[in-house]
Write a protein that binds this ligand. Structure first.
Ligand SMILES: C[S@@+](CC[C@H](N)C(=O)[O-])C[C@H]1O[C@@H](n2cnc3c(N)ncnc32)[C@H](O)[C@@H]1O
Length: 584
């Protein structure tokens, strides 16, 4: 991705103040206040308070003023994003990750608000709430739109401000961000403040967004949120366990609980707009959440932001916007969802409607119009890997933990020991298995001593191996190779490393590993896999849920053509051939 010039300038301005930020515990907050103060002096004089003594000499620093001058030259919403991001950088990587201080860029915030407004969220009558508002990335543009819509109704500035005070609320755990949000809201509504000569008092709360005090607040009509995301530790999981037992499975990610809480707090019939990672669409640990979402809401729209080249999105993960309408009564039936895809040109393409199942299985979501037709056909097939006689497991060997003796070559001495090859992810290519391929890169552990060939780590059944980690920008997500049977039997089996997925079958299966690897490497199956997986690791749960052509139809198609892509097209009953798009 080309780094925009504004980002380069931002980085250098932030860096110039790094040492001051590290000076004291509240260094980041003081710095942000000083930059904000200088910016307000320049552009929002009514808001520039007397410099608090706590800031000391900071507002006089050259670099502080350089930063504020640069901010005043950006569009307001961009500048607010940059200043909040500066705070997130100054607090340091550890805290930034813990709190997920990654803010929504204005273009994306606009899209979430556009989606909600198009689905009927009123800007003039109803209450919008952000339970993890950070630096007001959603609150500011929502307030701006509310002000415009209310003024458009002919309301005077004083009344506009009053209505926004009632119609907008936010919450965050971080007090410094809340205070920044308050200032940003004042700056965004500055013309009305000037006209009315009144400083509005916004409803900004400092609570755990997952445990708001019961019945203290009225239920909002709209919840808008880019929740924090990270795995919760055991103590945190314990804290939320009883409230969220209907969605917690194993170690939950906090953003899943925020999705559940949004459904909890919003008014029946209300709207929810979420910006989140895509893992909840397919991950096994989110299966209960998926069922619950379908039970409690109509998923009106999904915008897949897989192609991030047209947007500045700081996080590495694939991102999705979901718009839900909370249903007044429970439903167990999935209703159609509009799917939109962000194109490399920065526009959104509607790729049709899909039903997202409520049985906890991964949701298949097309990443292009062509995927949509493929998915329609594939969803009619109930065949899965199991129907081809395969089971899946992850390689047993965790290299840094496993203390068994390893060798660069099979030892040729007469010692009475049992040694088998180790398969590494790097040995696997679409062209086949090449044991020792990475030896060229100085790997010396290509064989391992095992207690016996019956040890659980040793795989002796016919197998296909797949790379477990593939980038989700890569269209070829499944890289599979058959394990040559003669090689495997000559060694008595093999041990797979942990970054390898192993699919095993019984001897004599008509769907031999060679044929199954071809199926998995095909364009159609790769596109289907990509539709159910946004994460970079190839999960066994997703592989097992992957729709495949019915074995009988595929068998018949293969008797007519040797071309696997063509056979899959025929077996699915697809009108047009499936190809793999070029790498993004
Ligand atoms: C990914 S940021 C998003 C902020 C903002 N909504 C945006 O879109 O830019 C997540 C925010 O959640 C806040 N946060 C983390 N845990 C929280 C919790 N338990 N309750 C409320 N806020 C929380 C963090 O301080 C951070 O500001």
């Amino acid at each position: 991705m080309v780094i925009p010039e504004s980002k380069i300038r931002f980085n250098s301005l932030v860096k110039s103040l790094d040492t001051i930020a590290k000076d004291s515990e509240n260094g980041p907050q003081r710095l942000v206040e000083a930059v904000l103060h200088a910016w307000q002096l320049q552009s929002y004089p009514l808001l520039a308070k007397r410099v608090s003594r706590q800031l000391g000499e900071l507002p006089l620093k050259d670099d502080v003023n350089k930063f504020s001058l640069w901010l005043s030259q950006q569009s307001f919403n961009d500048a607010a994003f940059w200043l909040a991001s500066a705070y997130a950088t100054w607090v340091g990587e550890k805290r930034r990750t813990e709190q997920a201080l990654y803010f929504t860029p204005p273009k994306l915030a606009d899209r979430v608000i556009d989606d909600l407004v198009q689905r009927g969220a009123s800007l003039t009558t109803v209450h919008w709430h952000d339970p993890a508002c950070g630096g007001a990335a959603f609150l500011v543009p929502t307030a701006q739109r509310m002000a415009q819509a209310l003024a458009g109704l002919g309301l005077a500035s004083g009344e506009v401000l009053k209505r926004i005070e009632r119609q907008l609320s936010g919450n965050d755990l971080d007090k410094a961000l809340l205070s920044l949000s308050r200032q940003f809201l004042l700056m965004a509504l500055y013309p009305h403040i000037k006209a009315a000569q009144r400083f509005p008092d916004f409803d900004l709360r400092n609570e755990d967004g997952l445990l708001p005090p019961p019945s203290k607040y009225q239920a909002p009509d709209v919840v808008i949120c880019n929740p924090p995301y990270r795995k919760l530790n055991a103590a945190e999981t314990q804290r939320y366990a009883s409230k969220f037992k209907d969605v917690i499975r194993s170690q939950p990610n906090i953003y899943g609980l925020f999705i559940r809480e949004a459904l909890n707090v919003v008014k029946p019939g209300g709207l929810i707009g979420l910006l989140t990672p895509t893992s909840f669409l397919s991950g096994a640990s989110f299966s209960k959440l998926r069922s619950r979402i379908v039970d409690l809401s109509h998923i009106l729209q999904i915008d897949m932001l897989s192609d991030r080249t047209s947007m500045f999105i700081a996080v590495e993960q694939e991102t999705v916007i979901s718009v839900l309408r909370a249903l007044p009564t429970l439903t167990h039936e999935a209703m159609p969802t509009d799917i939109h895809i962000l194109t490399p040109g920065g526009t959104y393409e509607n790729v049709g409607k899909h039903r997202l199942c409520n049985n906890g299985a991964p949701w298949a979501i097309p990443r292009s119009t062509a995927d949509s037709a493929l998915l329609d056909c594939a969803e009619r097939s109930t065949a899965r890997l199991g129907d081809f006689g395969y089971s899946a497991r992850i390689g047993h060997l965790v290299a840094f933990r496993d203390k068994r003796r390893r060798f660069p070559q099979k030892p040729m001495d007469d010692a009475p020991r049992c040694v088998v090859p180790i398969l590494w992810a790097g040995d696997i290519t679409k062209e086949g298995l090449d044991h020792g391929r990475v030896q060229k890169k100085n790997r010396t552990d290509y064989f391992i001593e095992v207690s016996s060939l019956g040890h659980t780590s040793v795989i002796s059944l016919p197998s296909v191996v797949l790379q477990r980690l593939t980038s989700n920008d890569q269209h070829h997500r499944l890289i599979a190779a058959p394990v040559p049977r003669c090689w495997q039997t000559a060694h008595g089996g093999f041990v797979a490393e942990n970054h390898v997925v192993v699919l095993q079958t019984q001897p004599g299966n008509r769907w031999t590993p060679a044929l199954m690897a071809k199926v998995l490497n095909s364009a159609g199956i790769n596109r289907l896999y990509r539709s159910i997986s946004g994460a970079s690791n190839v999960a066994t749960s997703e592989l097992l849920a992957l729709p495949l052509p019915p074995p009988r139809e595929l068998d018949e198609a293969l008797s007519r053509t040797e071309d696997i892509d063509e056979a899959i097209r025929i077996a699915f009953g697809l009108a047009t051939p499936v190809t793999l798009r070029k790498k993004a």
